[in-house]
Design a binder for this molecule. Structure first.
Ligand code: 2NL
Length: 346
């Protein structure tokens, strides 16, 4: 091969390579060209190999030209690579741009169940009078749920609670939170001001006003010289805070085996103000809770001397209070967990 021809070939090869590099649209195309020209089986490499067949005198000059061409092509590759890389980055930056002025999306917000919210409001009000929340177990033993509360086995007062039993002998689902109060009496020393919110269970045929589970909040106060007047004063403060100030209230005689005397506590109907309406069954009054002075037998069972200490206790159904607060007329809504109901309390 003539030196002149080889020079011309190299010249054209260089022009072709430079044009190809300049036209490469992306990095992948550029890498293909790199292999085609400069790779082990590339065109320029082939020319380089051919040098060996030239007369020895020509070899240095041709070698110098090949190297020139090679560096020119390599430089072009380098420059093009830089351009493509920076335009790829710019494209990505434009594509992933964030508009920081776009208003945020609100995450869905949960809220307290109306029963929990009502129980907490009850705790908050009594908390202002020094009552402290306690908890007891939902599975109780017969002794604590009944016997220590002045109901020996076969006592007729047990019929007031239709009880759900568990298949462990001597255990049941608590029918009220009172057994938790027995535990408080046994573990704390007077003065005691305890509040016991919690789920209770009864064997009931379910309808709008009966459920097999419901929430109760019970209060217990024990000190020297505690009277029924203290109970009435405290409950009137509670009614003021929960149902609005200045409502008339009254005690009616009641019966519980663990208090003596026992009362029902009524508040003037929050709907009609006492005139009589369907909400109060035309009586003008709404029964809010049951209460009484702790029976001396129960005080003794709680480890306290009834000659020295007296106390009162009260218990209320949280669903009933929530119904009054929110004008709900069917207990089943509280356990259905239908969001159309629950979302109204946000
Ligand atoms: C109701 C009435 C009441 C009590 C609960 C109680 C607890 C002890 C001693 C004495 Cl340890 N009494 N609790 C007293 C009176 C009434 O609940 O019908 N609640 C829904």
């Amino acid at each position: 091969m003539e030196l002149q021809d080889l020079r011309g070939d190299l010249e054209r090869l260089r022009e072709r390579a430079l044009a190809g590099v300049a036209g490469a649209a992306d990095v992948a195309e550029l890498e293909e060209l790199d292999v085609a020209y400069l790779g082990k089986k590339g065109e320029l490499t082939a020319v380089l190999r051919g040098i060996g067949r030239l007369p020895p005198d020509d070899r240095p000059r041709v070698g110098a030209i090949v190297n020139q061409v090679r560096s020119a092509i390599e430089a072009a590759f380098g420059a093009r690579r830089a351009v493509l890389a920076s335009s790829a980055l710019e494209a990505r930056l434009a594509d992933e741009a964030v508009d920081v002025t776009t208003p945020g999306r609100r995450p869905p917000r949960g809220s307290l169940h109306p029963i929990v919210e009502t129980a907490r409001e009850i705790s908050r009000i009594f908390g202002q009078f020094g009552f402290v929340d306690y908890e007891g177990p939902e599975i109780e033993d017969d002794v604590t749920n009944f016997q220590l509360l002045n109901m020996p086995p076969d006592h007729p007062a047990r019929d007031l609670w239709d009880t759900l039993y568990v298949d462990i002998d001597g255990y049941l689902l608590r029918t009220h939170t009172s057994p938790g109060q027995i535990r408080v009496m046994r573990s704390e020393a007077p003065p005691i001001r305890a509040l016991l919110p919690g789920r209770c269970f009864r064997y009931e045929a379910i309808d709008a006003s009966h459920q097999t589970e419901f929430f109760q909040v019970e209060g217990l106060m024990i000190d020297e010289g505690t009277t029924m007047g203290d109970l009435r004063g405290l409950l009137d403060q509670f009614a003021d805070a929960m149902f609005g100030r200045g409502k008339r209230t009254r005690f009616r005689p009641g019966y519980y085996p663990f208090t003596e005397p026992s009362v029902a506590y009524d508040v003037e109907c929050v709907v009609c103000g006492g005139a009589g309406c369907p909400a109060c069954s035309w009586t003008g009054w709404m029964t809010i809770l049951g209460a009484g002075m702790v029976h001396p037998v129960v005080l003794r069972n709680g480890g306290l001397d009834p000659e020295r200490y007296q106390g009162f206790a009260f218990g209320m159904g949280v669903e009933r209070i929530a119904n009054l607060r929110h004008s709900v007329n069917d207990l089943r809504y509280y356990l259905d967990n239908d969001l159309r109901f629950l979302e109204q309390f946000r």
